[in-house]
Design a protein around this ligand. Structure first.
Ligand code: SAM
Ligand code: SF4
Length: 363
């Protein structure tokens, strides 16, 4: 066996470290149990989880975070072992797709340790990641080797000054180099995610599509959601998928496609091109009826709906029962009972009722 880094919370050779590692091995090698248990009261089956492994980020995108942020103390964040326990329990319960996100997931120390183990879970079909791309130049080949199949890179503009205005601190050239590295690393798919912001990047949507077409990669446009208080950054900034589609159709023929990537995007194809153009439209084309996913925050909160404040706290269960799976399984199944039928983002753009930032919940 090659020498693998231990997660930062496990001290090699310590009794605590050994105990945690062996209980993890038991959990991972055990049979898949109760598949199909993750059905909510509206009959929707949950097969997809998004796990935020850190609330920290090296950017401060103005629609996602406030300028001044306070991040969680380390003791309140799931350890990598706890993350693995949570994911393996969901997979035992029938989840087949995991997205690792944040905050910026590539800032989490030893993230590759976690990814390698998630990728090997029996029953998992897809391990994917969303990143801002700032660390991707360094990480892309390792992520691919660890078993990450697809990668989404957030990119809202191709203009360096504008990039800095939106991210407050980010460097566009680093992200573009990260995108190059991701394409070279041979992921099954690389996709750009663009949040549409009126008067900030709505004049660039066609350029972004051309950029994606030029690289033969996918692009999805996302309608902004009212998550967390970001000051006045959302006022009059909403830009809808329909408006974007109409604009793009002045340059490209876009043919609706029935393809799905297992998430909320609806896709269009440009004939003769590899690129799929997706729209994630929580406001204008509500997709809650077919919702198949839940989110787990870095603090171990299970949020069955992005647009609701109802959550199940997994961290106390994990720490109270370090060697027993049943309490965690029961807590996760309980979470299905509080999954909201639908969000109500439409009425909340300037007065968000969901107070946590997207960086906290994980996008
Ligand atoms: N830091 C990584 C990144 O930016 O890709 C991963 C986490 S980020 C929260 C995940 C996705 O959520 C990004 O594509 C980001 O643009 C999007 N996002 C953040 N805040 C949003 C909001 N209020 N409405 C819609 N999308 C948002
Ligand atoms: Fe960080 Fe991603 Fe939020 Fe931007 S969208 S502040 S990169 S977590």
């Amino acid at each position: 066996m090659r020498n693998e880094p231990l997660p930062p919370d496990v001290v090699a050779g310590s009794p605590a470290g050994r105990a945690t590692l062996s209980s993890r091995a038991g959990a991972l090698d055990g049979p898949r149990q109760e598949p199909g248990s993750l059905i909510d009261k509206y009959g929707r089956r949950v097969s997809y989880i998004r796990l935020s492994i850190t609330d920290r980020c090296d950017f401060r995108c103005n629609y996602c975070m406030a300028e001044e942020m306070t991040f969680l103390p380390r003791a309140q964040v799931l350890t990598l072992e706890e993350c693995l326990r949570v994911v393996s329990t969901f997979v035992e319960l029938g989840v087949s797709k995991v997205r690792v996100t944040g905050g910026e997931p590539l800032l989490r120390h030893n993230v590759v340790w976690l990814l390698e183990r998630i990728a090997r879970l029996p029953g998992l079909r897809e391990l994917v990641m969303t990143t801002n791309g700032s660390q991707l130049e360094r990480f892309a080949p390792t992520l691919r080797a660890a078993g990450v199949g697809r990668i989404n890179v957030s990119l809202d503009t191709l203009q360096p000054e504008r990039f800095r205005q939106i991210t407050r601190v980010g460097d566009l050239t680093k992200v573009l180099r990260g995108l190059d590295a991701a394409q070279a690393a041979g992921f099954d798919r690389v996709k750009i995610n663009t949040v549409m912001i009126r008067k900030l990047n709505d004049d660039e949507l066609m350029d972004l599509v051309d950029f994606a077409v030029g690289r033969g990669i996918d692009i999805s446009f996302i309608e902004q959601m009212p998550l967390g208080d970001v000051g006045d950054a959302r006022d009059n900034r909403f830009f809808s998928s329909d408006e974007a589609l109409a604009r793009l159709q002045t340059r490209h023929v876009l043919v609706p496609s029935a393809e799905s990537s297992g998430g909320p995007a609806r896709y269009w194809r440009i004939p003769g091109q590899q690129t799929r153009v997706g729209f994630i439209s929580p406001h204008s084309h509500n997709f809650c009826d077919s919702c198949n996913r839940v989110r787990i925050t870095a603090r171990g909160e299970l949020y069955p709906c992005l647009g609701s404040n109802d959550a199940v706290q997994l961290l106390p269960v994990l720490r109270a029962h370090p060697a027993e799976q049943q309490p965690l399984r029961a807590a996760i199944i309980d979470g299905m009972g509080i999954k909201a039928r639908s969000h109500d983002f439409g009425s909340q753009m300037n007065s968000p009722q969901v107070v946590r930032f997207m960086s906290m919940t994980g996008g």
